[in-house]
Design a protein around this ligand. Structure first.
Ligand code: ATP
Length: 583
């Protein structure tokens, strides 16, 4: 049963056990709601008896007061245990659920993020998880407990007086049928509502991310109109979804109340015929009122319970993605990177690397060059197992990287990408990302070597200056030098470098070249080279075009051959001379 619960509700083993406990305590709590009815009935019975026999009604006042106090204490204890098993356990499970989702995301290959809408992922991580917290703390265990307690109380009622029991209970199946019968409708409107809300989130996110371009193209009004239309659609679908739920749930709750009327009618009839004592008649009335309360509550939340399935499925879709795994120890003999007949595609039937073989040797700079779209960035990222390849092998010092845990593997790599990501933190901490335990002195030394110490010290708070969102307060060249400082601090044996394509001023370019030459000393360097100077200074050049290696060798060897490399170099020379003559 535990396994089944784990599967259906996507719970951990502990979560499933806590779920069973929560149902059990909720069941006892529901049953305990009948105890005050018992005490009231027993007291009434005693009072009626003493009235009949002429005894002293206050003789047993202590006994009945004691019984009432004992029932209160019991109710308190049961609700306390229910609280602990329901809320505390649910929130512990919820923390475990979020951590497990985050762990899964951490281990997923980048291909997963390329195919998933990021705002949808965020919604699953935040909104779906919160909705599930609410469901597991407020609705689902109570739903099960109510079913069991109603069956139990129903059997007790039937054994006391079957006609009165039927008068109380007949409304239950009808109310439940009315609510569950509307499930399909609620599913349809519920899904539409989720999609409409997601469209609004997507649009807001996109507008915020592209605000600069929107303003520069003067498209504010168009964007606002689009957003207004989406908001209106979302509002309409929320109303439809609430209506679809509300109409059925309110009808079902109203229907439950008819049960009170039938209890009174049947009870009055039986009382008149002398087949039911007044006390039992009162008892059934009290019991009916208490029985309907938890059920009414469950019906009210049943729509939310239905939508749990959708949310659990979305979460499970993430948790069941194949994660990248591998050995957690990786001690290669050396740091040569070897691509051996590598085949790779981002999407089925769209080959990006068709057959790529080359070696990037330790202590050498290997430059990847070629026309745009040829697969240079892809090859560079595959070297660090950002994606898993579909054919051939990539090895690091003789170890197939697909057999190494990605986080273990990445300890051997440092990256300097064009699109440098800086976090909203101080410059000092942004550099320290390279090695969390680096001292301030080590950070300063790395910054000096990466030629960024000077400009950092000129900032208002020096190294303690906060970097704006994604480094927006720094120039492109400055951002790249900070990322070089990070890589220097990490001091990893393999460097993957994507040279900036954007034209930098001479000062910045020289500073970056200096910083890079500090970084690459004695390392395995794989560089996506865009500048002639870099390519000419490389030890080995690999020309990638259309997913294949067109040429490879030293710059001098390739220059001596007729081929793509020579054409590219000559074209670059021409354009440089052209622009110089022009200026
Ligand atoms: N994340 C991705 N998802 C799907 N296709 C991609 C992705 N990244 C790149 N591609 C495609 O793969 C092909 C190779 O791209 P890649 O970025 O590796 O080329 P490149 O040689 O580095 O180009 P450039 O010099 O313009 O950066 C291109 O057709 C590109 O559209």
């Amino acid at each position: 049963m535990i396994r089944k619960l784990q599967h259906v509700f996507a719970l951990s083993e502990k979560g499933a056990r806590d779920f069973v406990k929560a149902v059990m305590w909720s069941f006892f709590c529901n049953i305990s709601l009948m105890l005050p009815v018992g005490v009231v009935m027993a007291t009434l019975q005693y009072l009626l008896d003493t009235l009949e026999t002429g005894g002293d009604p206050s003789a047993k006042v202590l006994v009945y007061t004691g019984a009432a106090a004992a029932v209160l204490l019991l109710l308190f204890l049961l609700h306390y245990f229910q609280y602990a098993s329901l809320y505390l356990a649910t929130y512990q499970e919820s923390a475990a659920r979020r951590i497990s989702l985050a762990e899964t995301l951490r281990k997923l290959p980048l291909s997963f993020f390329g195919t998933r809408d990021l705002s949808d992922l965020t919604a699953t991580m935040i909104a779906d998880c919160s909705a599930l917290d609410q469901m597991f703390s407020h609705y689902i265990p109570q739903l099960f407990a109510s079913i069991f307690s109603t069956i139990f109380i129903g059997i007790c009622m039937l054994s006391i007086n079957w006609r009165m029991a039927l008068a109380v209970l007949w409304v239950l199946p009808a109310a439940v049928l009315l609510t569950t019968g509307s499930k399909k409708l609620q599913d349809v409107f519920g899904t539409q509502n989720i999609l409409a809300k997601r469209a609004v989130t997507d649009a807001i996110q996109e507008d915020l991310e592209t605000i600069r371009d929107i303003k520069s193209c003067n498209r504010q009004e168009t964007c606002m109109k689009k957003l207004d239309a989406l908001l209106e659609r979302s509002e309409r679908s929320s109303i439809h979804s609430e209506l679809a739920t509300g109409v059925f749930v309110c009808s079902a709750q109203a229907f439950l109340r008819i049960g009170l009327a039938t209890t009174v009618l049947v009870g009055a009839g039986l009382l008149a015929e002398g087949q039911l004592s007044f006390l039992y008649f009162l008892g059934f009335l009290f019991a009916a009122a208490r029985l309907y309360d938890p059920i009414g509550l469950v019906l009210q939340n049943i729509a939310a319970t239905f939508s749990a399935k959708l949310k659990i499925e979305r979460m499970r879709a993430i948790q069941e993605q194949p994660v990248q795994t591998g050995a957690e120890v990786c001690e290669p003999e050396n740091y040569d990177i070897v691509f051996d007949h590598v085949k790779f595609s981002y999407r089925a039937h769209e080959s990006v690397l068709k057959d790529v073989s080359f070696t990037a040797r330790q202590g050498q700079v290997t430059a990847l060059v070629g026309p745009s779209g040829g697969g240079k960035s892809t090859a560079c990222k595959l070297a660090a197992r950002f994606w898993d390849i579909q054919g051939g092998t990539i090895t690091l010092g003789g170890i197939d990287i697909s057999t190494v845990d990605p986080e273990t593997l990445l300890r051997h790599y440092a990256f300097v990408f064009q699109d440098v990501v800086l976090f909203r933190d101080t410059i000092l901490e942004n550099i320290r990302l390279g090695r969390r335990d680096a001292t301030n002195e080590e950070v300063y030394a790395a910054a000096r070597a990466a030629r960024c110490d000077e400009f950092i010290r000129e900032l208002p708070q020096g190294y303690q200056t906060m970097v704006g969102e994604n480094g927006s307060t720094l120039s492109g060249g400055e951002r790249q030098r900070i990322s070089i400082a990070r890589a220097l601090l990490k001091d990893a044996p393999v460097i993957l470098l994507d040279e900036a394509t954007a034209s930098l001023d001479v000062e910045n370019e020289t500073a970056i070249q200096d910083a890079i030459s500090q970084l690459v000393k004695n390392k395995t360097v794989l560089i996506i080279a865009h500048r002639m100077r870099t390519v000419a200074g490389a030890d080995h050049v690999v020309v990638l075009t259309d997913g294949c290696v067109a040429q490879q060798g030293t710059p001098q060897e390739l220059m001596a051959q007729e081929g793509l490399y020579r054409q590219m170099m000559l074209r670059q020379q021409e354009s440089q001379f052209g622009s110089k003559n022009h200026s």
